[in-house]
Each structure stands twice: as structure tokens, then as C-alpha cells.
Design a protein around this ligand. Structure first.
Ligand SMILES: [Zn+2]
Length: 283
């Protein structure tokens, strides 16, 4: 499942071929994904210039000249493919339509942007750009982890009195936007905080230290995604999924990477999802 760095990588890959370019034709091959598409989606996209491509949490927003924005959510298995003959450098040959090509945007510069999603947990919607914050998928979301509103004071206040494990609190999108299982595990390892520790029982000093750590974990992953974009011509054509080196995620039984620590990484299940951590380094 794509997390914030993967979505940001997709946005960065799409921006050069979409921003400033007209959607000459939108091909909508089914009525819905996770939810029904908005009425007349193709007609509302046809002929629209993409002003800019933004990201909010794990959603991509293509702001159109019409005053509407196209919201794109990759869901569990969604992929964006760039093909055709765009001027950018990320084009990939994808000549024949595939089974799960649900929406294809034919761009004025020759690019074809294909949304492919076998499991159909993804979503697309159209909303008023000026009222984007009130959209049902966006209205409950907390501050962006890489923005100024996500700071020490915010996190300390948000976790105060919370009896839930810190892992669950950081996955709560109202506290911070876009964090998922992988990067929460990584951030807690770097912060030396046990994933099952109750949020309210962590000192303000340690919570404050989490803020720059969360930022750094995400920035490093976004940089890894940027490298994958540069290698895109050799890749299999999908934007946004990349190999990244994790310290704890997926490393059950492997040695802890903290110098001098003899322990191995442990996996526990919290709320149905795996948490990876070091019993010695995280308290
Ligand atoms: Zn350790």
C-alpha cells in the first residue's frame, strides 16, 4: 500500500507531463472504483488545463483551470503509468490497453496517463478547488508531516492524555497526515520508543524529538523515490513504488542495526498490523 513518500514520488513523476498541459480526452472505462466516479467525469475533464499537481496526505490533487480539482487516490494497488510520446523523460511504452486500465488521460503533449488498479480500492473524484479542505476524504486530516503546522507543540498536545499505543496514535490521520505502518515503525525505532507504549506515558521531550525524526524518515524515503524516477526508463513502467532500505520494517529476526546492540528485530501484531521493533533499543 503506497504511503506518503510513494504518493509524493508519483506526483513528482506526473508533474512534468501534466502541469500546464491540457487533458484533451479523458477515457473513463468503468463507472466506479472504490466509490462511483462523479457525474460526467469525462466531460468535466475534457479540454481542461492542469494548473498544478499537489499532494495532500496520500491524495494527489490536479487543479484544473475550470476551478475543479481531480482527486486521485491509489488505494491498495493503484498505479499511474505514463506512456505515449510526451516531452518528459519518464515515458514508458505501454501501447496496448490492459485489463485494469480504468481511466486514461490523453494529454495535449502526447502523453497518456493511465490509472490501473486491479483491486479497485483506489478513488477518483472531482471537487471545487477552493473547497478542497471540506471534501469528505480531506476534511478530517491533520497537518502535513513535512509542513510547519506539524511541530513539537502540536504533537505534544495531540498525544496528551491518549491512552492508545503510540503506534496507533501516529497512524491516526487526524494527528498527522499520511503516515502509514512502514514509516511509523521506522520513526519509532529511530526515536527509541516502543510501539506499544501508551502515548500519554511518553515524556514531552521524547515526543518533541519524534517530530524531526518523522520528517527525516519521510524525506529520506522521498529522496529514494526520486532516485527511482531517474531510473524510470529501466523500470517496469509504474510510478511510485521503489526499493528502500528499512531499519526495522520487514526485518523480523534480523540483527538490530544499532551499533553494539546484540538483539534481533521483533514483530508483534497491533490492531491487526505488524509492528517491527528492537526490544532492547525501544522502550
Ligand atoms: Zn537494538
Amino acid at each position: 500500500m503506497p504511503e506518503l513518500p510513494e504518493v509524493e514520488t508519483v506526483r513528482r513523476g506526473l508533474a512534468p507531463v501534466m502541469e500546464g498541459t491540457v487533458i484533451t480526452r479523458a477515457e473513463v472505462n468503468r463507472p466506479d472504483l472504490r466509490w462511483p466516479f462523479p457525474p460526467q467525469m469525462a466531460e468535466r475533464l475534457n479540454g481542461q488545463r492542469v494548473v498544478q499537481l499537489r499532494r495532500r496526505s496520500k491524495y494527489i490533487l490536479a487543479d484544473l483551470l475550470s476551478g475543479e480539482s481531480l482527486l486521485i487516490h491509489l488505494g491498495m494497488s493503484g498505479r499511474m503509468l505514463i506512456s505515449g510520446d510526451p516531452p518528459g523523460q519518464f515515458a514508458h511504452s505501454h501501447p496496448m490497453p490492459e485489463k485494469h486500465d480504468h481511466v486514461v488521460l490523453h494529454m495535449g503533449n502526447g502523453a497518456r496517463i493511465t490509472f490501473n488498479d486491479p483491486r479497485r480500492f483506489g478513488a477518483m473524484d472531482l471537487l471545487q478547488t477552493a473547497a478542497a479542505d471540506q471534501h469528505k476524504l480531506l476534511s478530517q486530516i491533520g497537518p502535513e508531516p513535512l509542513g510547519n503546522a506539524f511541530n513539537e507543540a502540536h504533537l505534544i498536545a495531540a498525544l496528551q492524555g491518549r491512552r492508545t499505543p503510540i503506534k496507533a496514535a501516529l497512524l491516526d490521520q487526524r494527528i498527522v497526515a499520511g503516515l502509514g505502518n512502514i514509516y511509523v515503525c521506522e520513526a519509532l525505532y529511530r526515536a527509541g520508543i516502543h510501539p506499544a507504549r501508551k502515548a500519554a506515558r511518553i515524556s514531552a521531550r521524547r515526543i518533541a524529538a519524534l517530530v524531526p525524526i518523522i520528517r527525516q524518515v519521510l524525506i529520506e524515503a522521498i529522496e529514494a523515490g526520486g532516485s527511482s524516477l531517474r531510473d524510470y526508463r529501466q523500470a517496469d513502467g509504474e510510478l511510485g513504488y521503489f526499493q528502500h532500505r528499512f531499519d526495522v520494517y520487514g526485518r523480523e529476526g534480523l540483527p538490530c542495526r544499532t551499533p553494539g546492540c546484540p538483539d534481533a528485530i521483533t514483530r508483534i501484531v497491533q490492531s491487526g498490523r505488524s509492528s517491527f521493533y528492537c526490544r532492547r533499543c525501544q522502550r
